[in-house]
Design a binder for this molecule. Structure first.
Ligand code: SF4
Length: 299
């Protein structure tokens, strides 16, 4: 299967510490089973180091590295630190990042996070998804706003940058207002370095990939989740940016699935981002609808 990574890591060395997602319960997801990684496993240190040796031969001048898959800290802090130190000694990258579940970081506690920072972890990509506890529960995310507040405090103390992912449409058409209101509130309280915007996109069973569909599709069929409209996603994006305080957080829509692409520092570029969205919403309805149909829905 492909190594799933943030778009910002397109030039990074990609090192798999683990395979798949140990949690694998989020209703809106199912990405690893869908793309051919139905289970979860921790790779051996010997295999990972062997990969790093090969990467050194192929990309000796690499400047950034990313550790996967969904939650590589599941390998344990000692293993993670050993691999990070090995990589940095062999290839002196300027930036080392990984995906991480908030609940996993919380279990590690503050001292372990200091060890990760000392080993050279610079940034974690965390699926915030929503700041609304009811929505997080419905989607079985396994995290709470309180947990997010606690771990951001620990991470900030160590200097590890935080990149949160927000999923437009996660509250559906019924609960979108609470979804965005609570998400903006949590972002304002925690002040991450980055907010990366995604919109809900579900994997259907297809003829090429044999993996299962996203669990949320069942909830849509039985009527317990009402999907947001494309225009609703754009309105959510506008409301989210409008509600953000005077933060130095960088907002970025770095995925082709986003209907409107804006990016900028909230403090400096908020008005410009809102103007871009308003200009789009002022287009004739037939143009907006044509645009929604044309926007890709892909990984
Ligand atoms: S959203 Fe992340 S934690 Fe949840 S199932 Fe998908 S990969 Fe796992």
């Amino acid at each position: 299967m492909p190594i799933i990574r943030p778009p910002s890591e397109w030039r990074s060395l990609l090192v798999r510490i683990t395979r798949g997602c140990k949690w694998d319960l989020c209703r809106f997801c199912g990405i690893y089973p869908h793309f051919g990684e139905p289970g979860f496993s921790v790779r051996t240190v010997a295999d990972i180091k062997n990969d790093i040796n090969l990467l050194k031969q192929q990309h000796p001048g690499a400047e950034t590295a990313f550790f996967g898959d969904a939650d590589p800290l599941q390998a344990g802090v000692d293993t993670f630190v050993e691999i990070a130190e090995y990589l940095r000694k062999l290839i002196p990258v300027k930036r080392l990042t990984c995906y991480a579940r908030a609940s996993t970081i919380r279990k590690l506690k503050e001292d372990a996070i200091k060890n990760l920072a000392r080993a050279g972890l610079n940034r974690v990509h965390i699926g915030l998804e929503s700041g609304d506890i009811k929505i997080l529960r419905f989607h079985r995310k396994g995290q709470t706003p309180e947990m997010i507040r606690e771990i951001t405090d620990w991470l900030k103390k160590t200097g590890i940058e935080i990149s949160f992912y927000v999923l437009l449409g996660l509250g559906g058409s019924n609960h979108w207002h609470d979804h965005i209101h609570e998400t903006a509130k949590l972002i304002n309280e925690t002040g991450p370095e980055f907010i990366r915007i995604r919109r809900l996109w579900l994997y259907e069973k297809d003829a090429v990939l044999s993996g299962p569909e996203s669990p949320l599709l069942k909830e849509i069929r039985n009527g317990s989740f009402q999907p947001q409209t494309p225009e609703g996603c754009v309105v959510e994006l506008r409301y989210l940016i409008e509600k953000l305080d005077n933060l130095s957080t960088f907002v970025i829509c770095d995925h082709v699935n986003n209907y409107v692409q804006v990016s900028g520092n909230v403090r400096e570029d908020k008005e410009d981002m809102l103007k871009t969205i308003d200009s789009f919403l002022a287009l004739p309805e037939n143009e907006r609808e044509a645009h929604y149909r044309a926007v890709d829905s892909s990984l």
